[in-house]
Write a protein that binds this ligand. Sequence first.
Ligand code: SAM
Length: 405
Amino acid sequence: KQQTNLIYQSIMDKNFQEEQFTGITKFTPPLCKQRYQFIKDLVEKYKPKKVADLGCADCTLLWMLKFCSCIEVLAGLDICASVMKEKMHRLSPLPVDYLQPPERSLTVILLHGSVAHKDPCMLGFDLVTCIELIEHLEESELKKFPEVVFGFMAPSLVVISTPNSEFNPLLPGVTLFRHPDHKFEWNQVQFQSWSLEIARQYGYSVEFTGVGHPPTGMENVGFCTQIGVFVKKYPQTSESAQSETPTEGVYKTVTYDNDKHFVFFYVVKVFRAVYPSLKDEKYLQNAVVSEVIFTAQIIKRRLLDRLMSEHEEYNDDTTERKSKFQLLMNCFSEDLGKLVVEKSMEPFVKGKVVYIPLRTIFSFPKVNQLCSTFEKLCKLIATKVTLSSDGSAVMFNIEHENKEN
Ligand code: SAM
């Protein structure tokens, strides 16, 4: 417990020390950015693979999290579809993502629905974030929220942030609540007792922290945004967790409300983006073929340069200046026995064709890393690269080699 406290303390020291208090409360960086940074730091620490942001609004946090390389599934849920759609284009892959696909896979989905309802597509997440959400919930929704998030979704980590009403007198212009849509704002005791009761009921531990420091001498006011970090005491076994991977296609759910009335509701998928990844054979094949051709070109260039310099030394008639191309062509028409190096791993020239053994290409770290086995390399490039008849070497015809080279 003490250790976890220290972790949060160090996160805060690193990121939130720029706060300025000058009579008018002003946070630098802005409080919303501090909240997002808090989540990003937590993601870097715990490395969750599947993250759901409930009440994701314009998807800014999701957009920031897509750059965290540990995350493979990112989901956002909000009751307001139009606000989610406003900037959801930011969640689509960029051309550069296709140019050099990373190893990790990433799927981003946006769901239109309520945190007050259980839906199978909300299952299977490791981290659930609820940033400035709960104060927007109606009483009936707030009542259902713990069962949905902690009972049904049951991730190993939940982060809930909400305004700390004790800080409000320090905020200019705030009379009752900070925002007209807030249904309530809690002081520290209210938020902590609500959180502790949930933690007790659903088997979590909870630590309290926040962002937006109070001014010096007013520390008892607490953070401007109070945050509860809930950690599941008995995490699921990987087997049972896997069976609850977010499902696709089940977006219409039937349930019963408390009075056993038949209720239909929908969680509608409004966006889905699958990022290119080397886990997808199609992108892996493209990457391997490009890398093989690039590597083979380098080897070929080195070989031809060496052969030409050997030829220049051999034929020391320096008065007769021929173009490099002519020299090269002469090399091949001369005694091939002198020029051809036929060892299994070494590239060689036969006639007007350069052969680069695949074994040599496979020994280059990047190719090796991409393919992991020689057999996989052979399989991936089989129909994409011109190979020798026995399939053991990449072939380049240098007859039409650029004369300036
Ligand atoms: N989490 C975002 C952030 O920190 O920037 C936005 C928080 S915004 C203040 C609250 C969001 O909660 C709104 O986008 C609102 O539509 C959404 N919301 C309100 N009630 C909800 C519900 N029952 N289920 C899901 N989202 C809800």
